[in-house]
Design a protein. Structure first.
Length: 292
């Protein structure tokens, strides 16, 4: 069995699932999800607790794995003991399946049919060979509400531009800088020289801030909470329906752009993905996307 540890928000969980799925297909074995870290509420500095979000998708034949099925050195323990244990094993043990850096690691694809994966695995290269399977897995399980479906039909018929503004836990977070208004303005200038923009659709976890601070010289709709859904699946689907994208350093909007089926889509992303500029994100960004 391939077991993958889930952590972070929905976009991060999608990357973790995608690598696990790719390995399970390659080796013809089952895929298990370890949710113990998501369920752990041990306080950590500069940390946002998350829930399991993949249940909105058409993911089948996947088991939620109990700790008893996980090798001892890979287990998640709650409380301060768990924090010390995690530090100890990373410092003194060279465990296979533990992500070594942010870069694409080709060797992980040859790990074998019985492995535990602990990392973020943020590269499309991990699942390039099963792209069609991943796209099918990440279709929604349940039908969207009527107002979301109606707006989606409008978005599909227009030269629609998705602008995603990530704030929330990024505000004051040194690991993830917030891209400013000038980034979106520059992106719009570049994009408008390449394609027509009928309307801009702004998605954000802080729509009120966007309404007050994001003004554009194009028709614009700030997409509110009434289009969000239970786990933001409404916003995610509407974003993915757009023709072009200007996204921030967010795995949520990365997946919305990647899942877009428009062959001529234009995707603009920031050159600097992390607060630490020394972290190379080349393996995350498809070559056809534009970095500014």
């Amino acid at each position: 069995m391939i077991i993958t540890k889930l952590k972070g928000g929905m976009g991060n969980q999608m990357f973790q699932y995608a690598l696990g799925r790719a390995l399970s297909v390659k080796y013809g074995t089952s895929l298990g999800l370890d949710l113990s870290f998501l369920l752990d509420r041990t306080p950590r500095p500069n940390f946002t607790f998350r829930e399991y979000d993949l249940d909105i998708f058409n993911i089948i034949n996947v088991d939620r794995v109990s700790q008893s099925k996980i090798p001892f050195l890979y287990r998640n323990f709650n409380g301060k003991f768990g924090l010390y244990f995690d530090y100890f094993r990373r410092k003194f043990f060279r465990l296979r399946g533990i992500e070594k850096s942010f870069n694409f690691d080709l060797t992980i694809l040859n790990i074998g049919s019985n492995a535990y994966l602990d990392g973020y695995w943020q590269s499309y290269k991990y699942f390039a060979d099963i792209e069609d399977i991943i796209r099918k897995d990440f279709t929604l399980k349940d039908e969207l509400s009527l107002n979301i479906k109606n707006l989606m039909e409008v978005i599909k018929k227009e030269n629609s531009l998705c602008i995603h503004v990530r704030r929330g836990d990024y505000v004051g977070n040194s690991n993830h800088e917030i891209v400013g208004k000038e980034y979106y303005d520059k992106g719009i200038k570049i994009l408008s020289e390449k394609t027509k923009i009928d309307k801009i659709y702004v998605f954000s976890d802080d729509v009120k801030w966007c309404e007050d601070n994001m003004k554009f010289d194009f028709p614009v709709m700030f997409v509110g909470e009434e289009y969000s859904g239970i786990k933001a699946e409404g916003h995610f689907s509407l974003m993915s329906a757009c023709h072009s994208f200007i996204i921030p350093n967010s795995s949520f909007s990365w997946w919305a752009a990647w899942l877009s089926v428009h062959k001529d889509k234009i995707v603009i992303v920031p050159k600097k993905w992390f607060g630490d500029a020394s972290i190379n994100s080349d393996d995350l960004i498809p070559k056809e996307w534009i970095r500014i």
